[in-house]
Design a protein around this ligand. Structure first.
Ligand code: FRU
Length: 537
C-alpha cells in the first residue's frame, strides 16, 4: 500500500518551480468557450462527464450556484498532464451538464500553491469584500508552501481567502492571508465552509493531521477553534482529506441528519483512494457520528474512481437537494491514465439523500434529474425470461455507447447474472450480480488498455445492501471511458473508469435459467460537448 508520503513524493517529482508558474499563468489564463468541437472528441474523452479541455485536474473545489449559474472549480495544473503547482480551474454551467471552461480563478499565491477548499456566497457581507447588494463569492482554500515543506519546516499549510465581486469571473487574493494557520502542523488543509443558520456564523471543517477540526467565524477572516473530530479509521489509510459537512434536507423535521464526507487517500474498499461518510448530529460546534457510522466503514462509492467528492453550496431556494460531485480517479494510478491532452474527469453531479435500510439510516445516491434532458431516444425493454444472452442495445436499436440504462431484474433460481458492456473487439466491462455471495463484482480486467498501471485491471467488489436477493434495480450511466452503477436503490454505488479501443456500445444481459427481466429502458444520450461550439457563438 502506498502511504500518503509516497504519493506526495511522486507528485512532487513532477513539480516545477512555483514562482515561474505564478508568472506564467498570469499570461496564459484563457477561456476555452470558443474552442472547436474537435477538442472534445479525442479517443477516451468522456462525453457525459466534465473534463478540462487540456491538462491535469484533480479534486472538485467549491461548487456553488450563483444567479442562475452553477460554478465548478477544480485542482488544476495548467502546464502539464500530471500533478504540479496547483491552481483553481473554473467551469460554469446552466444545467449541471454542459460546462464552459473559464479562465483560471486562483493561481498559486505568495503563501503557496492553491490547494483544495470551498466557496461561499457572502450574502450579509460579513467579510466586507462585497456589499449587501452585490455579495462577494469567497473562496476559502489551502495555501501549501512546498519550499517550507521541503526545508523540513512545520506549518506549511495555511488557509487563505480569495474573492470575486463580479459573479466569479475575476478573483482577487485577500492581502490579509493566511487567515488560519497552525504552526506545528503538517497536514492542515481542505477547508469546507458553510453558513450555519442556527448559530448565524460561518463554520469550517478541515483536515488536521490524523483527525478533522471544526472552526467558526463571524467574518471568514478570523477563526475560532471549536472542536477536534477523531474518527475511526484503518491503519495506513493516510490522513482524512477534503471533508464536507451538510444537513441533509432543509425541512425542520426531527429526523434531519447531518452528513459528513471524508476522503482517505489510501485504504479504500477496493484499494487506493475513496470517500467515507458518517451520519450524525451537529450543533454548530461538534459533530457526533451515530453508532453505525462509528462501527462500520461506509463508503459513498465502492468503485475505485470517486475521490475528494464535495457538495454544492447555495442552491436556489426552491431546490432542496444535496448535490455531490467527485473526482473520477484514484491516486494509485491517476497520473498514468492513458490520455494525452487532458487527465481525468469528474463524476456526474449526484443527489444524496438518507434512505432506510435494515441496519438503520444509510446514504443513497442518484444521478441528477437534469440528466433526462440528454436523452435522445428512450426504448422500453420488454418483460422477458432470460436464459443465455440478450443483446439489449441491439434489440432497442440504440447505438453510440452513451447510455442511461434502467433495469428491474428478478432472479430466483439463478445464482448470478451479468450485465456486460462490450465493443466490436470483444473488450468488455462486466457487472456480476452474485446472489450466492450477496455481492456485486465489477470487472474491468478486459476493458482494453489496462496495462499502464499495475493493479488497474481489477475486480471491484461491493456487498449487496438490500434486504432481498431476488429483485434488483440497476441504473447504469455509460460513458466512453467511465461508468457509474447505482444499485440497491442507490445505496450501493460503483464508479469506474476504463480505456477501450472503441466505446463499449453494446449492452448484454447474461444469465443461466431463472432470471426475469421485469421492466426496463435504455436511453441513448447526447454528448454534453456536442453543442459546445454552437453555444460559444
Ligand atoms: C486530495 C488532495 C487534497 C489537496 C489536493 C492537492 O486529492 O491531496 O488534500 O488539497 O489534493 O491537489
Amino acid at each position: 500500500m502506498r502511504s500518503l508520503e509516497t504519493i506526495g513524493r511522486c507528485r512532487l517529482r513532477e513539480r516545477a518551480d512555483i514562482a515561474v508558474l505564478v508568472v506564467a499563468v498570469a499570461v496564459t489564463g484563457s477561456t476555452f468557450a470558443a474552442e472547436p468541437r474537435a477538442l472534445y472528441s479525442e479517443p477516451h474523452r468522456p462525453q457525459l462527464h466534465f473534463s478540462p479541455a487540456e491538462h491535469w485536474m484533480n479534486d472538485p473545489n467549491g461548487p456553488i450556484w450563483v444567479d442562475g449559474i452553477y460554478h465548478l472549480f477544480f485542482q488544476y495544473h495548467p502546464h502539464s498532464t500530471v500533478w504540479g503547482p496547483m491552481h483553481w480551474g473554473h467551469a460554469t454551467s446552466r444545467d449541471l451538464l454542459h460546462w464552459t471552461e473559464q479562465q483560471i480563478a486562483i493561481a498559486p499565491t505568495r503563501d503557496g500553491m492553491a490547494f483544495s477548499g470551498s466557496v461561499v456566497l457572502d450574502r450579509h457581507n460579513t467579510s466586507g469584500f462585497g456589499s449587501m447588494r452585490r455579495p462577494a463569492m469567497v473562496a476559502i482554500f489551502t495555501t501549501h508552501d512546498e519550499r517550507a515543506k521541503q526545508a523540513g519546516k512545520m506549518g506549511f499549510e495555511t488557509q487563505s481567502l480569495a474573492f470575486s465581486t463580479d459573479g466569479g469571473s475575476r478573483w482577487q487574493v485577500y492581502d490579509g492571508n493566511p487567515v488560519l494557520r497552525q504552526p506545528d502542523s503538517q497536514d492542515f488543509r481542505d477547508p469546507f465552509v458553510f453558513w450555519h443558520d442556527d448559530t448565524a456564523r460561518w463554520v469550517g471543517i478541515l483536515t488536521a493531521g490524523e483527525h478533522l477540526q471544526i472552526h467558526s467565524s463571524a467574518d471568514l477572516k478570523s477563526w475560532k477553534h471549536e472542536s477536534d473530530l477523531v474518527l475511526p479509521r484503518s491503519a495506513g489509510a493516510g490522513v482524512w482529506e477534503c471533508p464536507g459537512l451538510v444537513r441533509l434536507g432543509r425541512s425542520a423535521d426531527s429526523r434531519r441528519r447531518w452528513l459528513l464526507l471524508a476522503s482517505v487517500v489510501d485504504g479504500g474498499p477496493n484499494g487506493g483512494s475513496a470517500t467515507r461518510y458518517f451520519l450524525g448530529k451537529f450543533d454548530g460546534h461538534r459533530f457526533v457520528p451515530d453508532a453505525m457510522s462509528r462501527t462500520t466503514p461506509r463508503w459513498v462509492d465502492w468503485g475505485r474512481d470517486n475521490y475528494a467528492g464535495t457538495l454544492w453550496a447555495n442552491l436556489p431556494a426552491d431546490d432542496d437537494r444535496t448535490l455531490f460531485i467527485g473526482w473520477m480517479s484514484n491516486w494509485r494510478y491517476a497520473q498514468q491514465l492513458p490520455t494525452e491532452r487532458w487527465r481525468s474527469a469528474m463524476t456526474l453531479p449526484r443527489e444524496l439523500r438518507v434512505a432506510r435500510d435494515e441496519r438503520g439510516d444509510v446514504l443513497a445516491s442518484s444521478p441528477i434529474r437534469e440528466l433526462a434532458t440528454l436523452r435522445r431516444r428512450t426504448q422500453p425493454i420488454a418483460t422477458a425470461r432470460i436464459a443465455g444472452t440478450r443483446n439489449l442495445s441491439a434489440e432497442a436499436g440504440v447505438r453510440g455507447g452513451l447510455y442511461d440504462l434502467e433495469l428491474r431484474v428478478r432472479a430466483r433460481a439463478a445464482a448470478s447474472f451479468t450485465l456486460r458492456f462490450e465493443n466490436g473487439s470483444g473488450e468488455s466491462l462486466r457487472l456480476l450480480v452474485d446472489r450466492e455471495q450477496r455481492r456485486y463484482v465489477l470487472d474491468r480486467a478486459r476493458t482494453g488498455n489496462v496495462g499502464f498501471s499495475p493493479g488497474f485491471a481489477d475486480r471491484q467488489i461491493a456487498p449487496m445492501a438490500q434486504e432481498t436477493d431476488t429483485s434488483f434495480s440497476l441504473r447504469v450511466l455509460l460513458d466512453h471511458s467511465a461508468a457509474e452503477f447505482f444499485l440497491d436503490g442507490g445505496r450501493t454505488v460503483l464508479t469506474t473508469v476504463f480505456f477501450p479501443t472503441t466505446p463499449l456500445d453494446s449492452v448484454h444481459l447474461d444469465a443461466q435459467v431463472g432470471v426475469v427481466l421485469e421492466r426496463g429502458s435504455i436511453s441513448e444520450l447526447a454528448s454534453i460537448w456536442r453543442d459546445a461550439a454552437r453555444r460559444a457563438d
